[in-house]
Write a new protein. Structure first.
Ligand code: ADP
Ligand code: ZN
Ligand code: ZN
Length: 749
């Protein structure tokens, strides 16, 4: 049905994206007047003609009808990038549930005037030969920062000051000292265009292996035949996926197209960044979340102007306004960070595929541990699947040992290190090789388990671990079921049943106690609060400044540590009992990625997985490097319980300062959902769960309730969401409540 009115944004880069003007649509333009279309409209008192984009259509006039001016003309060239992005915003709003305004803010770069930053570059002030001599002296003096900086400057002609400070983690004082010694100089206000100027652009490309070459050839062939598709590359860690991406990128940009490459921020380290610079020089730009809005806008502008061909960055880089986008790559596509936590709660993978359709671009997903969603899509033919089975070169997959922690308790070993792990650690410390100890705490929300038999307290209705509350009860955060915390284990009767909790800090203490000579680094939320501490810890470990790195899942990404030959996973179970249905998948991913850290160099690696549940399929499969085995088991479980990707879930978060209000609103919403499904005759196949308090039941004095709706048809869920949105708008019970929709959530609430 043709709409009568259009809301138009006349200044798309303006800070107030929500400032729209309503115009009427002349009948003869009704077909062309679609979301994203570029319209010419009379503006202001003089009715001068200006251009604007249509962002909303309706049949309701906002003013007296004769005050609304008609659209003058629709510019037929609908291919401009803004039109595409507005269409994308509209699709995001419809598919993930949010306001158009939030969707537009996600997609459109917003101009903010920022003070131009002083651009500084560091380079050698002496010859390379002299620098090499200095380097030797600093090595002898064990001056690590100086060594690191000189080593890089011998390789690269000039490096951006910020890169030196933030990515290479050189102290400002080190730079000053070297300046005083006339070894380096800092140039102010050179071109900021590229953070690194290569002494030698690395043209000595690697020779692709046969496995790699087959994938490259196949994707390039289709691309050149103008076939656009979605590809999934399933390649074990270190199998050369990045090399495959670079080869394909190179071909795509040679055809005058542009490329967006998404990498989780945590993996965007100096090592990774340098690899791309070495290959593509100043045709790339890097984005990260630390950029201010103004800096981000500048980056977008460069992309739009065609100054760069490749944008690398986390989720937000997806909206780079390339005019001629040819390819989007998502590395580590299984990563939870690709899902936005704020409305619109979109998943970058889905949006990438949609953007690919709008821009005629292909999409490549890559992972050592693909998400179940993607693997299912690949098996069912929606994505084309490629596999890289072996690691490159001499490095081979590590030997993996599983240790049953219940046996350790029987042997009276109460230490957090099993006997085997301890022996292997001593061995590595003797050999001066490095060790990573890994403890996973994400999603861990106080589950209760038996240290004697491994039994875990679970909800009888949801098969999800119960969460301990301070008042002595155990609560299910899916359905609200609760029971009191048992004194004895219901399975074996032992009294060793308690909440599980071993933090990284405790692990660090234990390491120091049991291995007094070892140098230990710790990396977790606490030690990485500062901007660059994450990179700093990783690079000092890479430089051999410690023997053991203790950390959370953060330590598994983005760095190659050739001297690491032992990885210990202290309690593999922790992630298994996270209160959500993705627990086993996350456990598998974590174990596989953590194991992937061992033996990346020429020395073979070993991995010790400690667990109270060594027979759990996610642990077994990870130890055998059997992704497909894991996939089959896990899919069967999801099918049985109708969890994604076997079906879809819509999570609805209802939040309010007023607990009663939130509760009432949740109940009303739940009722409305049930009414709608029965009216539509689909209540049989639609499961509505809740309302129940969220796992984070109260945050900043705001009460949070959840409703979950399961349905096998995504479009039906969208229908329910649309209905509920309307319901919320017409009911006064939702004043003072915030309602958010989340399709197929990645995290528990
Ligand atoms: P992934 O992205 O799958 O973890 P990478 O592309 O990072 O794998 O490759 C792992 C290591 O092997 C890197 O150091 C990379 O430079 C090297 N490498 C990749 N492909 C080749 C090849 N064909 N020949 C030699 N070295 C390679
Ligand atoms: Zn339950
Ligand atoms: Zn027990």
């Amino acid at each position: 049905m043709a709409m009568k009115y259009a809301d138009i944004i006349v200044d798309i880069s303006h800070e107030n994206l929500d400032r729209t003007y309503q115009y009427s649509i002349p009948v003869e333009l009704s077909e062309q007047a679609v979301i994203g279309a570029l319209a010419v409209v009379p503006f202001g008192k003089g009715n001068r003609l200006i251009k604007g984009y249509i962002v909303h259509l309706s049949n309701e006039p906002k003013w007296k009808e004769d005050l609304i001016k008609p659209i003058h003309e629709i510019v037929s060239d609908g291919l401009v990038i803004e039109s595409q992005l507005i269409q994308l915003a509209y699709w995001i709003k419809e598919t993930f549930g949010s306001t158009m305004n939030d969707a537009l803010k996600t997609v459109i770069p917003v101009k903010k005037t920022v003070k131009a930053k002083e651009k500084k570059t560091i380079k050698l002030a002496e010859s390379i030969e002299a620098a090499k001599e200095h380097l030797e002296i600093f090595k002898i003096k064990n001056n690590k920062g100086r060594v690191r900086l000189l080593e890089e400057l011998i390789k690269e002609e000039a490096i951006d000051y910020d890169v030196v400070i933030h990515k290479l983690n050189i102290a400002r004082t080190t730079i000053q000292d070297l300046e005083k010694l006339d070894i380096i100089t800092t140039d102010v206000e050179r071109l900021y265009r590229n953070p690194i100027q290569n002494r030698t652009i690395n043209k000595e490309q690697v020779h692709l292996t046969e496995e790699q070459q087959i994938i490259v050839d196949s994707i390039i062939k289709e691309y050149r035949e103008n076939i656009r598709g979605t590809y999934l590359i399933h390649g074990v860690t270190g199998s050369g996926k990045t090399e495959v991406y670079m080869e394909i990128i190179s071909d795509v940009i040679s055809q005058g197209k542009q490329v967006i490459m998404l990498i989780p921020e945590i993996a965007l380290t100096y090592q990774t960044v340098m690899r791309f610079y070495k290959r593509f020089g100043d045709r790339i730009s890097i984005m990260n979340s630390r950029l201010s809005q103004g800096e981000r806008y500048d980056q977008y502008l460069r992309a739009k102007k065609g100054d760069i061909d490749i944008m690398i960055g986390p989720r937000s880089a997806l909206f780079t306004p390339f005019q001629n986008l040819g390819l989007i790559i998502i590395d580590e596509e299984h990563e939870g960070t690709y899902k936005s936590e704020n409305p619109p709660k979109y998943h970058a993978r889905e949006v990438a595929i949609k953007r690919g359709q709008l821009s005629n671009a292909s999409v490549i997903l890559g992972s050592a541990t693909p998400s179940l969603e993607s693997y299912k899509n690949a098996l069912e033919g929606r994505y084309k699947l490629y596999t890289l089975k072996s690691r490159i070169g001499k490095s081979i997959m590590p030997k993996i040992w599983i240790v049953d922690l219940r046996e350790e308790l029987k042997k009276k070993n109460k230490s957090i290190f099993s006997i085997q792990l301890k022996e292997l650690m001593e061995d590595r410390l003797r050999k001066k090789q490095q060790i990573m100890l890994f403890i996973n705490r994400r999603g861990y929300a106080g589950f209760v388990s038996c240290r004697s038999c491994g039994h875990v307290m679970k909800c009888p209705h949801c098969d999800i671990s119960l969460t301990a509350h301070n008042n002595g009860t155990l609560v299910c955060h899916y359905c609200g079921y609760s029971e009191s915390t048992p004194v004895n284990c219901p399975s074996c009767g032992s009294k060793y049943i308690a909440t599980f909790g071993t933090g990284t800090q405790k692990v660090e203490e234990m390491v120091k106690k049991e291995f007094p000579g070892a140098r230990v680094l710790r990396m977790d939320m606490d030690t990485t609060k500062n901007k660059d501490s994450h990179e700093k810890i990783l690079s000092s470990f890479a430089n051999g400044e410690a023997d053991i790195l203790v950390g959370t899942q953060m330590i598994v990404k983005g760095h190659d540590f050739p001297m690491v030959t032992l990885v210990g996973i202290l309690a593999a179970d922790l992630s298994l009992y996270a209160a959500d249905y993705r627990a086993a998948e996350r456990t598998y991913q974590l174990l596989a990625q953590a194991s992937g850290r061992a033996g990346r160099g020429e020395l073979p690696g070993e991995v010790v997985i400690q667990s109270y549940q060594p027979d759990h399929y996610s642990i077994k499969a990870a130890s055998e490097d059997d992704y497909i085995g894991f996939y089959n088991q896990e899919m069967a479980y999801r099918e049985l319980l109708k969890y994604p990707p076997a079906a879809h879930i819509l999570a609805i978060l209802i939040a309010s300062k007023d607990e009663k209000k939130a509760m009432t609103a949740s109940e009303l919403l739940c009722g409305a959902g049930k009414d709608w499904t029965s009216k539509e005759g689909i209540s049989e196949e639609t499961v509505i769960i809740g309302p129940a308090a969220a796992s984070l039941a109260k945050a900043n004095d705001i009460y949070r309730f959840m409703i979950y709706i399961k349905q096998s048809d995504y479009d039906v869920l969208i229908g329910i969401k649309d209905y509920l949105e309307g319901y919320i708008n017409y009911s006064e019970h939702f004043n003072g409540c915030n309602v958010q929709f989340d399709f197929n959530p990645m995290n528990s609430y």
